[in-house]
Design a protein. Structure first.
Length: 628
C-alpha cells in the first residue's frame, strides 16, 4: 500500500476511536496512571482513620498492588529499573500489612522484607515516605524536617527565605508536613503494623548540616517576630496561618491543590491541629480523593490528579491537525469544554507575578488555582481556530496569551507553574533532586512548547523580544551532544522534540548548527526497528539512557522533530513512520511504559491518552508536509 494511503487509513482509525471515547460534555477522561504509591497511601489513610471501605476500595487496591510486585519481592517505578525501588517497596509492604488481607509470613512479603533490609531498611527511604512513616508512628520525625519552623509561614513572599521560595506543588506538601512535624504528630491504632523488623541501619544525621540548618532557622524565627504584634503568640499564629493556607487552597471536591498526595498529608495535619476524624473538611477531602479512582484492565487505581484538561486539549489539537475543522461537533464540544475550564482565580503564581490577570489552564477538571504553562499552551492551540469567530473563545484566547507571556522567567525560559522560583537557601533541605523537586526553573520542554505555540499560533514576529529571549535560553542550555533535558516527559527525547519544534516554529533555519546538532543526535539514537525509546533512568542520571526498545510516544516525538527539520522525508523518517504505524497494534510492556515524568526518581506516569495523541499528531504533520 502507498505510504500516504496507509497513513490516512491509520489516521482515520485514530480519529474514529477518539470520537467514540469523547464524553458528552466534550472532554476526554483517560487514566493518569502513576506508581502504586497513591494506592498504598489510600489504604494507609483509610486504616488510620478506621474507615472500612472494603469492597469498593481496599480489596481492589490490594489486588493492584500485589499484581505489580516483582518476582524478587520489590516494587519498581518502571519496567527496566534494575533491582527495584526501596521507597515504593516499603510503602506497598506497609499498606498490604495494614490492609489485613496479607500476612507478614506470606512468601511474597518475606521476599519484600529481605529486599528492604538488603537496601538499608526503612531509614533509607525518600523524604515523602519518611514523612508518611513518621505520621504513622513507624519512625521518629527526621531531625532536619523537625527543624523547619512553623514560624516560616509568617514570612512574606519578599523575604530572603519563605515558603514562596519553593514551587506550589512542593509547598502544598511541605505546609501540612511542617504542621505535623512541629506538632510531633503521629497516629496509630490497634490495627497499625509495626515495621521495626525492617530496621537494617539507622540513618545518621549530618551534624554539620544540622548545625547549619539550626542557624538558618533561628534567623527565620527572629525575622518572623517582625510580622506579629504579640511575639509570645508567634507560634500559635504560625499554626493558624498554616491552617488558613491549606483551607484557602481546597478545591471544590475537597482536595488540597487537586492532588491526592497533598490531600493525604493535609488530612493528617488537620488531625494534628485538633480536627476530629468526622470534621466536614476531612470528610469532604476523603470524598474528593475517592473520585480520583480509575479502572485499568479490571483493576482500580487512585490517580494523583486526573488529567482531563491536559488530555482534552492535546487530543483536540491533534484532531485539528488531522483535519477536523472548528465546525465539527467533536471539536466544537471539546473547545467549549476547554473555554469553561479557563481559570479566573488568583493562585500562588501571583506572588511573583503581581501585575498579571488570571487566564491560564490547569491539569485537571477540578483544578481552579494552579494554572500551568503546558496546559495553557495546549488549550490555546485548540481554541485558536475559534478566534475571531466566537466572542467567548476570542476573549478566552486573549486572556490566556497575556497570562502566558507574563510568566516568562528572568532568564528567558518558561517554568511550569510559578516564575523565578530558584531560591538556593533551600538547597540544604534533604531531598534528592531538590533543584527539580523544590524549584520551578526554566526547562527545555516548557520553553520549546511555548515558543512552538507563539511561533505557529500567534501573530508575534520571530524578532519579538520575548521570543528572542526564549530562543537564546534554548541555545544556551543545549547539551554538548545536541539534546535537551525535558522535565515533564522522558526525557532527552522529549526535551529535544519540544526544543526543535519550538525553534523551527520561530523561524530558526534548519541549517543552523543548533538544529543540525539536535537532529543528528536524534538520528544517532534511533533503534534498529525504526523507533525510539528512552529509559526513565535518564531522569535520575541526567544523561540519556537507552530503553533498548521503542515506545509509541517517544517514537512520535522524535519523528515530529525530524519532520519539522527536513523538507523531504529521509529514509530514517520513513522507517520511523512505518514502525509508528505498527506500534499502534502492539500489546506489550512498551505500550504501557511510563513516558511522563512527575518527580525525579519518585513518580513516573503512563498517560493512557499518549498512544493516541502523539502518533496522530505526527502522522498528520507528516501528511501536511510531505503528501503531494
Amino acid at each position: 500500500m502507498d505510504i500516504f494511503k496507509q497513513i490516512r487509513y491509520e489516521q482515520n482509525k485514530l480519529i474514529q476511536t477518539l470520537e467514540k471515547l469523547q464524553d458528552e460534555d466534550g472532554a476526554w477522561r483517560f487514566c493518569f496512571e502513576g506508581s502504586s504509591m497513591t494506592d498504598a497511601y489510600m489504604i494507609i489513610l483509610l486504616r488510620s482513620l478506621k474507615i472500612d471501605d472494603e469492597e469498593t476500595l481496599i480489596k481492589t487496591l490490594v489486588e493492584r498492588i500485589l499484581s505489580r510486585q516483582d518476582r524478587t519481592g520489590a516494587w519498581k517505578q518502571y519496567y527496566d529499573e534494575k533491582s527495584g525501588d526501596l521507597s515504593s517497596t516499603v510503602e506497598n509492604y506497609f499498606a498490604l500489612l495494614y490492609s489485613g488481607y496479607v500476612s507478614e509470613s506470606d512468601e511474597n512479603m518475606i521476599l519484600a522484607k529481605y529486599f528492604i533490609l538488603r537496601n538499608g531498611g526503612i531509614y533509607k527511604v525518600e523524604w515523602l515516605t519518611k514523612a508518611m512513616l513518621a505520621l504513622t508512628g513507624q519512625i521518629p520525625w527526621p531531625t532536619i524536617i523537625k527543624l523547619i519552623p512553623i514560624e516560616m509561614m509568617l514570612l512574606p513572599p519578599w523575604s530572603p527565605i519563605n515558603m514562596y521560595s519553593i514551587v506550589g506543588y512542593a509547598r502544598a506538601h511541605w505546609v501540612p508536613i511542617i504542621i505535623s512535624s512541629n506538632k510531633n504528630f503521629s497516629i496509630q491504632n490497634e490495627f497499625t503494623p509495626n515495621l521495626s523488623h525492617l530496621i537494617s541501619e539507622r540513618a545518621t544525621d549530618d551534624e554539620r548540616l544540622i548545625a547549619e540548618t539550626k542557624v538558618i532557622f533561628e534567623k527565620v524565627k527572629e525575622e518572623a517576630k517582625k510580622f506579629v504584634q504579640l511575639p509570645h503568640l508567634m507560634r500559635s499564629e504560625s499554626f493558624k496561618r498554616s491552617e488558613k493556607y491549606m483551607l484557602d487552597r481546597i478545591e471544590g471536591n475537597g482536595t488540597l491543590f487537586s492532588y491526592y498526595s497533598s490531600s493525604f498529608f493535609m488530612i493528617y495535619s488537620l488531625l494534628a491541629l485538633g480536627y476530629s476524624r468526622n470534621h466536614p473538611v476531612i470528610v469532604d477531602a476523603i470524598k474528593g480523593i475517592k473520585t480520583f479512582l480509575c479502572k485499568i484492565d479490571e483493576q482500580f487505581h487512585i490517580q494523583n490528579s486526573p488529567s482531563t484538561v491536559w488530555d482534552t486539549a492535546l487530543i483536540t489539537n491533534s484532531l485539528q491537525k488531522a483535519g477536523l475543522s472548528r465546525k465539527h461537533s467533536i471539536i466544537n464540544k471539546s473547545v467549549h469544554y476547554l473555554v469553561s475550564r479557563q481559570q479566573t482565580r488568583y493562585g500562588d503564581w501571583v506572588a511573583k507575578n503581581r501585575d498579571a490577570v488570571p487566564g491560564g489552564w490547569g491539569f485537571s477538571h477540578i483544578n481552579t488555582l494552579i494554572p500551568d504553562i503546558d496546559d495553557t499552551t495546549a488549550a490555546l492551540r485548540s481554541i485558536s481556530p475559534f478566534v475571531g469567530y466566537e466572542e467567548k473563545s476570542t476573549l478566552s484566547w486573549e486572556k490566556g496569551v497575556e497570562w502566558l507571556l507574563s510568566m516568562q522567567n528572568q532568564d528567558g525560559g518558561w517554568p511550569a507553574f510559578e516564575k523565578n522560583t530558584e531560591n538556593k537557601w533551600f538547597s540544604f533541605v534533604p531531598f534528592r533532586y531538590e533543584d527539580r523537586v523544590l524549584f520551578d526553573p526554566s526547562t527545555a520542554d516548557l520553553t520549546g512548547r511555548t515558543l512552538h505555540f507563539l511561533g505557529e499560533f500567534t501573530n508575534l514576529p520571530s524578532y519579538n523580544k520575548q521570543i528572542r529571549r526564549g530562543i537564546k535560553w534554548l541555545k544556551n542550555n543545549q547539551e554538548e551532544n545536541g539534546s535537551w533535558y525535558g522535565r515533564w516527559g522522558i526525557c532527552y527525547i522529549y526535551g529535544t522534540w519540544a526544543a526543535l519544534t519550538g525553534l523551527k516554529a520561530c523561524d530558526v533555519s534548519s541549517t543552523d548548527p543548533i538544529i543540525q546538532k539536535a537532529a543528528n543526535w536524534l538520528l544517532s539514537i534511533q533503534n534498529s526497528d525504526g523507533g525510539w525509546g528512552e529509559s526513565c533512568s535518564s531522569d535520575m542520571k541526567l544523561k540519556y539512557v537507552p530503553l533498548y526498545a521503542s515506545t509509541p510516544s517517544q517514537t512520535a516525538w522524535a519523528l515530529d522533530a525530524l519532520i519539522a527539520v527536513h523538507e523531504k522525508p529521509t529514509p530514517e523518517i520513513q522507517k520511523g513512520i512505518r514502525f509508528l504505524m505498527t506500534s499502534l497494534y502492539k500489546n506489550n510492556w512498551t505500550v504501557e511504559y511510563p513516558t511522563g515524568a512527575g518527580l525525579p526518581g519518585g513518580f513516573y506516569v503512563r498517560y493512557h491518552s499518549y498512544n493516541y495523541i502523539w502518533p496522530l499528531l505526527t502522522l498528520s504533520n507528516y501528511l501536511d508536509k510531505y503528501e503531494p
